[in-house]
Unconditional design. Structure first.
Length: 276
């Protein structure tokens, strides 16, 4: 069984987008026997070392590990915003050490205005390279994240090309099951209906053996099982490449089931699929 994490932002529907999500996620992870939690920079009150150390100690006291911290990106902003993103990533790489963490998650950027996919790809590549170069000095791993808010990279081919273009040793990749083109849960070139297109699963299959981590999206739009994404198919893809985790549950509610009920459902479902 792969180690399962919980993305703290999954609980924002109940606790708001703030530090309360982190504490609630840590307690839920402990109660459910999960390996760890992942957090986002926007959930932290401050980067003040004493605050971060207290927060990290509190989470570890529950027997819960801390995985990555995600960098917030405005996908509607032009690539000129990348300069500020790099500066924020540098601060984040230094701050997370006080939490006892050693990895950050960084998505690409949106194709907006007069930008093309190719010009945006080149800008994102340079961004990731610069963030990796600085993070390596801090012994921090950078997870490239496929994300489809009309952005790059949002296909399997784009991910593979990006990873081949960047040679930094501290670069890894986090596969997001719901953020490739063809996913009904993704904005940008997603789906208007509630059935994932074949291209989603094609991208997952292409990238699965490159993933150091997986973000498993759950939406539970109509019932207490995931009907937008075919998880038996996805888990079989991961098994075929001997993926050994971690796998982080990310809940983005599209129905009426609150996260406090949805997360245990997702944990039970994924555990059963991996054990079969």
């Amino acid at each position: 069984m792969v180690p399962i994490h919980l993305q703290a932002l999954s609980l924002s529907d109940v606790y708001g987008t703030n530090e309360n999500c982190i504490h609630a996620a840590a307690e839920m992870a402990s109660d459910l026997g999960l390996s760890g939690i992942d957090i986002e920079d926007r959930l932290l009150k401050t980067y003040e070392p004493e605050y971060l150390e207290r927060l990290g100690d509190r989470i570890k006291s529950l027997g819960v590990n801390l995985g990555y911290c995600g960098l917030l990106v405005d996908f509607s902003a032009p690539v000129q915003s990348i300069t500020l993103e790099i500066a924020r990533a540098k601060k984040l790489s230094r701050a997370i050490k006080h939490l006892g963490m050693s990895s950050i998650r960084v998505p690409g950027n949106g194709v907006v205005g007069n930008q093309t996919v190719e010009s945006t790809f080149k800008s994102v590549r340079k961004k990731i390279q610069q963030i990796c170069q600085d993070a390596e000095q801090q012994s921090v791993t950078v997870y490239l994240h496929n994300h489809n808010h009309g952005s790059v990279p949002s296909t399997g081919d784009q991910v593979i090309r990006m990873l081949n273009k960047i040679t930094n040793r501290n670069l890894s990749y986090i596969l997001d099951t719901g953020q490739f083109q063809g996913s009904p849960g993704a904005s940008g070139k997603g789906c208007l209906d509630e059935i994932a297109r074949p291209e989603l699963y094609d991208s997952i299959a292409k990238c699965a053996d490159l993933a150091g981590m997986v973000r498993a999206k759950f939406y539970l739009s109509k019932s207490s099982y995931e009907n937008w994404l075919d998880y038996p198919r996805i888990i079989n893809i991961l098994k075929d490449v001997n993926f050994n985790g971690p796998l982080s549950i990310v809940y983005e509610p599209k129905g009426k089931i609150p996260s406090t009920e949805a997360v245990p459902i997702a944990v039970k479902y994924l555990t059963k699929l991996f054990e079969n």
